[in-house]
Write a new protein. Structure first.
Ligand code: DGL
Length: 278
């Protein structure tokens, strides 16, 4: 039997910590290794090939650290790289490892939140242009009408730590107005980017009270719990000492730690890594 290892959680930057936080709340017993590719973030406006290359480098690095299971907590990477990684990169090379994304688990339940059957999806340009949410939601809830809005400036505002400042309100309102213009019947808005929960307070301020805002943290955590209960062969390969390790590709780790601690809710000390050396 192979050595047990941590669950890997990957994001282009610090946003995935909002997902890791929910996962740790629901499944505290496991070891976790977080990798943020902050040195190359944001991914949102990059090409398919670049997002695939960066994500695959990070996934291979996480496998090399001993993670048997990697969650792509990043919607952009899930939309643009997951399928190629699962279908082309892994077969033959990593028969015992698994990589899971966040789009399908979210699409599986999002229809349960709406009464009007009109939902809004806010994401990066990459996620929106991929059409992944439209396809996946159509599969599980064909009766839903889905309206998408790309918010290309939100991730840079968040990654630079500007998200609590008054200047951020302008861009929060701008994208919400664009989305709501598409339909007066939207009663549910999905934050389809792991960074966006950091703007939640401002998002709610600029929305009518009766519109529900749904983040992905709890949805992904619940789905992972379900996956592990259905895959005991994977569950048995996971280390359960409750350890947490944080890695970033950004060489200024104190800067990462400052913002990451706000995302994660407790103090973080990260280690710099160069995934390209893997
Ligand atoms: N947090 C990532 C997501 O969920 C995207 C951030 C980025 O543009 O790098 O899509």
């Amino acid at each position: 039997m192979k050595q047990k290892g941590p669950i890997g959680v990957f994001d282009s930057g610090i946003g995935g910590l909002t997902v890791l936080r929910s996962i740790v709340e629901q499944l505290p017993q496991y070891d976790y290794l977080y990798l943020g590719d902050n040195g190359r973030a944001p991914y949102g406006n990059r090409s398919f090939n670049t997002i695939h290359q960066y994500t695959w480098e990070c996934v291979q690095w996480m496998f090399a650290q001993g993670c048997p299971l990697v969650i792509l907590a990043c919607n952009t990477a899930s939309a643009k790289a997951l399928r190629t990684i699962q279908q082309q990169d892994m077969p033959g090379r990593h028969p015992d490892e698994r990589v899971l994304g966040v789009i399908r688990p979210t699409a599986e339940v999002i229809g349960n939140y709406t009464k009007t059957n009109h939902i809004g999806v806010l994401g990066t340009t990459g996620t929106v242009q991929s059409g992944s949410y439209l396809l996946e939601i159509e599969h599980f809830f064909p009766e839903l009408k889905v309206y998408q809005q790309a918010c290309p400036l939100w991730v840079p505002i968040i990654e630079s730590g500007e998200y609590l400042k008054p200047g951020a309100d302008y861009y929060v309102k701008q994208y919400l107005d664009e989305l709501l213009k598409q339909s007066a019947d939207i009663d549910t808005i999905l934050l389809a980017c792991t960074h966006y929960p950091l703007l939640l307070q401002k998002i709610k301020q600029h929305l009518p009270e009766d519109i529900k805002v749904v983040g992905q943290g709890d949805i992904v955590a619940h789905s992972l719990k379900d996956y592990l209960s259905r895959h005991p062969e994977m569950e048995q390969r996971l280390a359960k000492a409750g350890s947490r390790q944080f890695f970033t590709t950004m060489d200024d780790t104190p800067e990462f730690d400052k913002h990451a601690s706000a995302f994660f809710g407790t103090s973080i000390q990260s280690v710099y890594t160069d995934v390209r050396k893997c």
